[in-house]
Design a binder for this molecule. Structure first.
Ligand code: AMP
Ligand code: MN
Ligand code: MN
Ligand code: MN
Length: 276
């Protein structure tokens, strides 16, 4: 079975509308799919309807930005009831601080001699409720300030770069509580992407376990094979369930294509076992 529980649409920083992500997941041979936009659930109804038409299994999801030990961590909420009020209030607060950050990013780009970046980024925003660094990256690329999205992050938008604005997202416990209130399971996304010390990783997994967090995204397009092995061992040691996700944002990037990442190791408990 091909299960891919991490992907993005143009409701956050992906490029395809939800129905087109559904069609692409189906065409790529995915059996069960989750749309998990950043801090936003407004694409889930369209995604669910498209999946139903296609005969594609659908799990409603969201990827929540949190701060833990001074760094950003992404927590997937899977199989959520998106309309739950605590979740919606929490996500609306995050979307608000994203817009405040966007003003800060534009001010820093102005100091770099790049004027009008706020309005420029907005032209790449499809959902007026959600702005992210990728929208700035697309504007910088379009205006010739960089040669790729990666270079936009390396030069301007990445952590510690010239237009980086440090963020204080909600804490881990809040995100886990919203996900649980919404009837979902909480899963730490792409753990291999965080630049923690071994002690900080232990603190993250200990705190998440104590909060009732269920799962770890063991297989991710953001992981090397060695990282998949490492987080499989963490899942075994902590008794976390395991998830698998492409983190698809856009077509024509083979590494992040829907349904193409490796399968979970056989002995792990899939987070989706009761859903599919
Ligand atoms: P934000 O949540 O607005 O801070 O933006 C984070 C998003 O930016 C991630 O979900 C990725 O889609 C994208 N991103 C982060 N780092 C890079 C990078 N180095 N190159 C391209 N995209 C990136
Ligand atoms: Mn993204
Ligand atoms: Mn992420
Ligand atoms: Mn993601």
């Amino acid at each position: 079975m091909n299960v891919d529980l991490h992907s993005h649409s143009s409701r956050s920083d992906g490029v395809l509308p939800p129905a087109q992500v559904a069609a692409r997941a189906h065409a790529q041979g995915v059996d069960w799919w989750s749309l998990s936009d950043h801090d936003e659930t407004s694409g889930l109804a369209e995604a669910a309807a498209a999946a139903r038409e296609l005969g594609l299994g659908f799990i409603p999801g969201v990827e929540i930005s949190v701060t833990f030990c001074e760094q950003t961590v992404h927590v997937l909420g899977l199989n959520i009831h998106p309309e739950q009020p605590d979740l919606q209030t929490g996500l609306a607060g995050i979307r608000q601080i994203r817009f405040e950050r966007a003003r800060g990013i534009a001010a820093r780009l102005q100091d770099c001699g790049i004027a009008g970046a706020y309005e420029g980024a907005l032209r790449h925003v499809d959902n007026p409720q959600l702005i992210g660094r990728v929208h700035f990256a697309r504007h910088l690329l379009e205006q010739g300030h960089c040669k790729s999205l990666q270079q936009a992050f390396d030069r301007y938008l990445g952590e510690g770069k010239r237009a980086f604005v440090p963020m204080r997202w909600p804490d881990l416990a809040s995100a886990v509580a919203w996900i649980h209130a919404a009837g979902g399971k909480a899963v730490i996304a792409h753990p291999g992407r965080y630049r923690y010390t071994p002690q900080q990783f232990d603190a993250l997994f200990d705190a998440f376990k104590a909060q009732g967090g269920e799962g770890l995204e063991v297989v991710s397009s953001g992981h090397t094979p060695a990282q998949c092995d490492r987080y499989a061992r963490v899942a075994r040691a902590y008794g976390f369930e395991a998830s698998r996700g492409s983190d698809f944002h856009a077509p024509h990037i083979p590494r992040t294509e829907l349904g193409r990442v490796p399968q979970l190791p056989d002995d792990l408990m899939p987070v989706w076992r009761d859903w599919v």
